[in-house]
Design a protein around this ligand. Structure first.
Ligand code: HPA
Length: 274
């Protein structure tokens, strides 16, 4: 299905009516482990996805499926508590639909977080990575189909999907908090099966540092419509084949719980400095 500009506007219009005078500036898509930040938004107005025209529900475990508007670290935010994934059966347009709606509501910045497998053998599970770029070669683009010029051009430049200025800000905040922040390329794999060891080796050869099943589509759409993007990965596990043990969702959730304090302080610190 191709969404029309009218549909994006209808979604934004519905939300605008619910928000009254509040206008968000920073959109946040929080992955495994950081969804709780949506619960600490001040003066929160929460809208379940199911109530918003044209929105799809999120079915992934640990993803609440609602938008929370309010103030966080002094910024006016729109927090997506739970994202949609392609592996849930949604198209890439569905997955990134909310980003355009949040853009219409006035958000000019997107912060994305996720959990992903660590491809590099010289890094460790549990570490945090600043996303400097991404690879999404083996699946279609969320921009496929008729272009909506109200959002951006047909052939958008993708040289800096992740805004260099925000990367610099993240480095500064990490240093001030004494947090080790790795930097690398997020290699998108659509899942839901974890990668094979051969796929992980291929990702490494192609320049990936982390492998994960989210984020890349939303970031393409955000950059297309002129948003500044900042992205972080929690390296929740060593990617398949690196350690002699099977991967499990429990391992990812445990790592997310363990990193919760450090990860949320880093994200909140960056938000404050925006
Ligand atoms: N691969 C893909 N997605 C993931 C992983 C992984 O190893 N860990 C957490 N999300």
């Amino acid at each position: 299905m191709t969404y029309t500009y009218d549909q994006y506007q209808q979604s934004a219009g519905y939300i605008r009516d619910r928000l009254g005078a509040f206008a968000p500036k920073v959109a946040m898509i929080l992955g495994s482990g950081l969804g709780f930040l949506g619960d600490v938004v001040e003066d929160a107005i929460a809208i379940p996805y199911g109530e918003i025209p044209h929105f799809k529900a999120s079915t992934a475990p640990g993803h609440k499926g609602r938008l929370v508007f309010g103030t966080l670290s002094g910024q006016k935010v729109a927090v997506m508590q739970g994202r949609m994934h392609h592996y849930e059966g949604y198209s890439y347009e569905d997955v990134s639909y909310a980003v355009r709606v949040l853009r219409l509501l006035g958000c000019d910045t997107l912060i994305v977080t996720n959990a992903a497998g660590c491809v590099r053998t010289d890094w460790q599970a549990g570490e945090l990575m600043l996303i400097t770029d991404q690879i999404k070669l083996f699946s279609e683009s969320p921009l496929r189909g008729e272009n909506l010029p109200q959002f951006g051009p047909r052939f958008p430049d993708a040289s800096h999907l992740y805004t260099p200025r925000l990367q610099q800000l993240a480095r500064k905040v990490a240093a001030s908090q004494g947090v080790t922040l790795r930097e690398g390329v997020y290699f998108y794999c659509y899942g839901p099966q974890y990668e094979t060891p051969a796929e992980v080796r291929a990702a490494r050869i192609l320049g990936g540092d982390a492998v994960g099943m989210s984020t890349a589509p939303e970031v393409i759409v955000a950059a297309h419509c002129g948003m500044q993007v900042l992205g972080f990965t929690l390296l929740s596990n060593m990617a398949a084949g690196i350690l002699d043990q099977p991967l499990s969702e429990q391992e990812v959730l445990d790592a997310a719980a363990a990193a919760r304090e450090t990860f949320s302080s880093l994200v909140l610190g960056c938000l404050e400095e925006l």
